[in-house]
Ligand binder design. Structure first.
Ligand code: ASP
Length: 452
């Protein structure tokens, strides 16, 4: 254990420091929530912590679009064959749908057995001001994957459109073979630069995570859970079951890889997902975990990870399943088998078209509820606890992305098993941020030149 907590020089590893920061933030947040010291809550938590947390999330988001672009171009060029690309795309799409459908089906079953919300008393809960959203048609969802204006797609961070455009560009680059070499080399260089920026941002992670978690728990506290405790318990249980059992069974059955090693290596990405509640913002870290810690080749990871962050939302689907059963119980409405099958189909489809950003699951839930005829205002019941539930389900979402990425990579022979088996592979150390000795010599020489 000690070997994994500390790096070779005996310093605490970055993952350990991030975990310590997370626990410290949680404890401080709960204390501040109970103490309710006006000045601290307003100026320290709502001011300083808010600012540092926001800066950290912004820094992660700033990386997403360029990182996905350059790593995907390198990925497509590295795969070198459009047919293999099609196979990777087909396999990951099928696996993403399968894991999400399994997730929500199991969640509904558990919720039906435990029956949260039976006998719920609705006193004191303000259900006004909650409005629903129309579900976009399946045809629109697919049609919108093709961007009319790629610049707008990049500017707005429309992930599916960016992936579509970049892959098309990558295929054209492949077709131009030799002539594309300088462009591909430039992209490879930019990809390395982006990964270096990820490392720099990661070095600030303990502070960012501490502030984000402390702020959330100061604002939310734990008292909010009591009125909807049955919902929270069933939801967290179903999420953990999916994370530790269903997904690990998928991993073992389809790839034969060791789930314990996987769970250890994906932990940094889970912590980031938990702190930011955004699969999209976590893309740089998920990519880093999957490639550098697990040995998945960039050709597969550069495509499956951003694709999964957008279309694969197992945790979100689980929330929708449990929430639907909970609200059906609260309102005394029997949805019947047909109703639940509709919920499964809607949740899977809705997850394809919506980006992995905080709170989007709740918006999707309004579509699902509308579809099966449950009152949309019911969402107000679970609104108070949704931020914390969002944090947990986002960690489940990105774990699903990494599982599928690893399975597809194993099936395609695109994983370095020596890296997968090495407990210290890709573990970031503070020293990583120091400039390489070789680079120092080059820079020193460059600095001397003017005076020569
Ligand atoms: N926050 C989740 C994600 O980014 C989506 C959601 O459930 O709201 O994956």
């Amino acid at each position: 254990m000690a070997a994994t907590l500390r790096d070779g020089d005996g310093k605490l590893s970055l993952t350990t420091r991030i975990m310590i920061a997370m626990c410290a933030g949680l404890v401080l947040g709960v204390i501040l929530n109970i103490a309710q010291i006006g000045f601290i809550n307003t100026h320290v938590v709502g001011g300083l912590f808010y600012m540092i947390g926001r800066m950290f999330v912004n820094a992660l988001q700033m990386l997403v679009v360029p990182l996905v672009f350059f790593s995907l171009i390198c990925g497509v060029a590295g795969i070198g064959d459009v047919r293999i690309l099609g196979r990777v795309g087909g396999k990951s799409f099928a696996l993403y749908l399968a894991t999400t459908a399994t997730a929500i089906a199991v969640a509904i079953l558990i919720a039906l057995v435990v029956a949260p919300g039976n006998g719920f008393v609705m006193d004191g809960i303000d259900t006004s001001g909650v409005s629903g959203r129309e579900a976009p048609s399946v045809w629109d969802t697919f049609a919108n994957i093709v961007p009319r204006n790629p610049v707008a797609a990049f500017a707005n961070g429309e992930m599916l459109q960016i992936i579509f455009y970049t892959i098309t560009l990558g295929v054209a680059v492949l077709m131009l073979a030799e002539r594309s070499k300088p462009f591909v080399e430039a992209c490879e260089y930019m990809n390395e630069v982006m990964m270096k920026i990820v490392q720099i941002v990661m070095a600030f992670a303990p502070y960012g995570v501490f502030c984000l978690i402390a702020k959330t728990f100061t604002e939310q506290g734990i008292g909010l859970f009591l009125p909807v405790l049955s919902y929270v318990l069933v939801l967290v249980g179903a999420l953990l079951l999916h994370l530790f059992v269903t997904l690990m069974l998928f991993l073992k059955l389809f790839s034969g890889l060791n789930p314990f090693i996987f769970l250890k290596k994906i932990r940094p990405a889970q912590i980031f997902a938990f702190s930011t509640a955004s699969s999209n913002a976590t893309i740089p870290i998920t990519l880093r975990c999957v490639t550098e810690r697990m040995g998945v080749k960039n050709g597969v990871a550069s495509f499956t990870v951003p694709f999964g962050a957008t279309i694969n939302m197992d945790g979100t689907a689980i929330m929708q399943g449990v929430a639907t059963v909970f609200l059906a119980n609260v309102y005394g409405i029997d949805l019947g088998l047909g109703g639940y099958i509709t919920v499964i189909a809607m949740a899977v489809l809705a997850s394809i078209g919506t980006a992995g950003v905080p709170g989007v699951g709740l918006v999707m839930l309004t579509m699902v509820l509308g579809q099966v005829g449950l009152p949309i205002e019911g969402i107000a019941l679970i609104l108070g606890v949704d931020r914390l539930m969002d944090m947990i389900r986002t960690a489940v979402n990105i774990t699903g992305d990494a599982v599928v990425s690893t399975i597809v990579a194993k099936g395609e022979g695109q994983i370095d098993m020596a890296v997968y088996g090495d407990p210290l592979a890709g573990e970031q150390r503070e020293d990583d941020l120091h400039i390489d000795e070789e680079a120092e010599v080059v820079l020193a020489r460059a600095a001397q030149k003017p005076g020569e």
